[in-house]
Design a protein around this ligand. Structure first.
Ligand SMILES: [Fe+2]
Length: 190
């Protein structure tokens, strides 16, 4: 059985965006890897992001601050698998027991699958496509990322078939060409 090789990151939904970024920078001495008005990625080591923050005041401004309890907090927890084969073996194993991702997306920096537990808590199973945080940092500041920061959806069954047919790791991790992915409603951000 393939299991994650590490716990990678936690993504928070916040309505105190600047304050939260400042707090995590102070407490963890984290540095900002990437930031725009809606999203920020911070790290404190060689992981490309240990924390991400979604600015819900911008993404869902219509919800009153006092009613926002269900719209802040943890959005998802990310787990890294050692390689694409293990991610796909895990996908196949879960599929056999009726558990499927609600979103399969290649983020550029990661090949990702998002799941929800019975309570609706989200998790991301991913494989790193960048060798280290520096490479991920560079990717997040290239024109392609600015044009499409979310990524491109992929067909997990098709990728599993490629893996079963002996495709190389590089090929499995390659970012597909296609239109920018739409963040699905199940992801809670939009
Ligand atoms: Fe994530």
């Amino acid at each position: 059985m393939a299991i994650p090789s590490k716990l990678a990151h936690v993504v928070y939904m916040t309505r105190r965006y600047e304050e939260m970024l400042a707090w995590y920078q102070a407490v963890f001495e984290a540095r900002v890897q990437y930031q725009n008005p809606a999203f920020a990625f911070l790290t404190y080591d060689d992981e490309h992001h240990r924390f991400a923050f979604a600015n819900m005041s911008l993404l869902k401004p219509e919800i009153a601050e006092m009613d926002a309890a269900s719209k802040i907090g943890v959005n998802h927890v990310g787990y890294t698998f050692a390689n694409a084969g293990e991610l796909l073996e895990n996908y196949d194993r879960l599929k056999q027991i009726g558990i499927s991702p609600y979103w399969s997306v290649h983020h550029g920096v990661t090949l990702s699958m998002y799941y929800r537990d019975p309570d609706g808590n989200r998790m991301e199973f991913q494989v790193d496509c960048c060798a280290n945080a520096d490479e991920a940092h560079a990717f997040m500041h290239c024109d392609a990322f600015a044009a499409n920061p979310v990524g491109v959806d992929y067909d997990a069954d098709a990728l599993l078939a490629e893996y079963r047919n002996g495709a190389a790791e590089d090929a499995l991790l390659a970012m597909p060409t296609g239109v920018p992915a739409r963040i699905p409603p199940e992801h809670g951000l939009l």
